[in-house]
Design a protein around this ligand. Structure first.
Ligand SMILES: Nc1ncnc2c1ncn2[C@@H]1O[C@H](COP(=O)(O)OP(=O)(O)OP(=O)(O)O)[C@@H](O)[C@H]1O
Ligand code: NI
Length: 333
């Protein structure tokens, strides 16, 4: 079926890779509850470079939004964060987002260096301010011209006239576009977009995805959090698949969609309507009771006794996979 290939050719061999904008190293997030601990992010390492669109995909509850909130210091008080997340900046030392403190995050990072399109627009919008006022305040706070509000509305596919509405007068899709416009208003070098296409119809989904793609083509970086693999396939340079709080596969998007190596990633792709359209069987484990070995093993057709031991991320092509039995091109299944 697959012929043996010589050494993999990098996607853009002539381009020297720019140095990372963000490097996340062994990030962990735990929530302490009265009688349990939720392991929401475990031992997670990732990099994002300028010009890169990284899609973070995975089933509901696997830790995608918690990852975003950890990077921005937006977690509640019962969260304990470990590891490092270095934000590299021109001409100065990198800042560790985990340890730099709320004051620095509020003054220097949120909005300015990292923008967030939050997953729940309804709770993110101030109910007593119109979209125009919200956008104007954000633009003004960052020394930008408030008159850019109309252009931002058009960019996200919102009628500028709708900026004069209050949040409760907006549909879910309109509120979604407004929070996207708010995140774009400060033109951050890194944008984390958490399910930015929720509630949008297909043309607006594609419009939003293409908007994010163009940001990256102009040199910014975007982390697109989505459970929509078709969206990731349309625009991502790189893909990170999360399962039960860990990244289980991370690699070039083209390679990933052509030949996923983690059995969970392969199962997710098989669930796409234009592929087998077969949902991933079974359910993910509780994050309060994660197994010591591979968390996907109970659902995995390739599992063996070895999977009772934890699979550490190892290199596969130009990326990494955390699996004892990865699907390697050219190897027998
Ligand atoms: N404040 C909290 N206290 C306890 N557990 C939490 C808290 N916030 C999130 N969690 C848990 O952390 C886990 C990861 O949640 P997260 O919101 O990151 O999932 P997600 O991958 O973004 O899912 P979705 O696709 O549904 O948005 C979930 O089990 C969730 O219940
Ligand atoms: Ni989420």
């Amino acid at each position: 079926m697959t012929t043996t290939q010589p050494a993999t050719t990098p996607a853009r061999p002539a381009d020297p890779q720019p140095s990372p904008l963000l490097s996340v190293e062994r990030l962990g997030v735990r929530f302490r509850l009265r009688d349990a601990v939720v392991h929401a992010v475990t031992d997670l390492s990732l990099t994002v470079r300028a010009g890169e669109l990284l899609a973070v995909v995975g089933e509901s509850g696997c830790g995608k939004s918690v990852l975003a909130h950890a990077l921005l210091g937006l977690l509640p008080g019962n969260a304990a964060v470990t590891g490092r997340a270095l934000l590299h900046q021109p001409d100065t030392e990198p800042v560790d987002l985990v340890s730099c403190g709320q004051r620095h995050l509020a003054r220097q990072v949120r909005g300015r260096r990292i923008g967030l399109v939050p997953q729940s627009p309804a709770t993110a919008l101030n109910p007593v301010r119109t979209g125009r006022r919200l956008l104007g305040e954000t633009l003004g706070a960052h020394g930008r011209d408030r008159a850019q509000a109309d252009r931002l509305a058009v960019d996200v596919g919102l009628d500028p006239g709708d900026l004069d509405r209050y949040p409760h007068e907006l549909s879910g899709g309109m509120a979604q576009r407004l929070v996207t416009a708010l995140a774009l208003a400060t033109d951050p070098p890194l944008l984390i977009a958490d399910e930015p296409t929720t509630g949008l119809d297909r043309p607006l989904v594609d419009h939003t995805l293409d908007l994010l793609r163009r940001r990256c083509d102009a040199g910014a970086a975007v982390v697109l959090i989505t459970h929509d693999l078709a969206a990731a396939r349309r625009v991502a340079d790189t893909v990170a698949v999360m399962y039960a709080s860990r990244v289980v596969e991370h690699r070039d998007g083209g390679e990933f969609f052509a030949a996923p190596t983690h059995p969970y990633a392969a199962a997710l792709l098989d669930a796409l309507p234009d592929r087998a359209f077969r949902p991933v069987p079974g359910h993910p484990p509780m994050l309060t009771a994660l197994p010591t070995g591979c968390a996907f093993a109970p659902r995995c057709p390739r599992r063996t006794d070895t999977c009772e031991g934890r699979p550490e991320p190892s290199s596969a092509g130009d990326g990494t996979v955390a699996c004892h039995h990865p699907i390697l091109p050219g190897a027998a299944p």
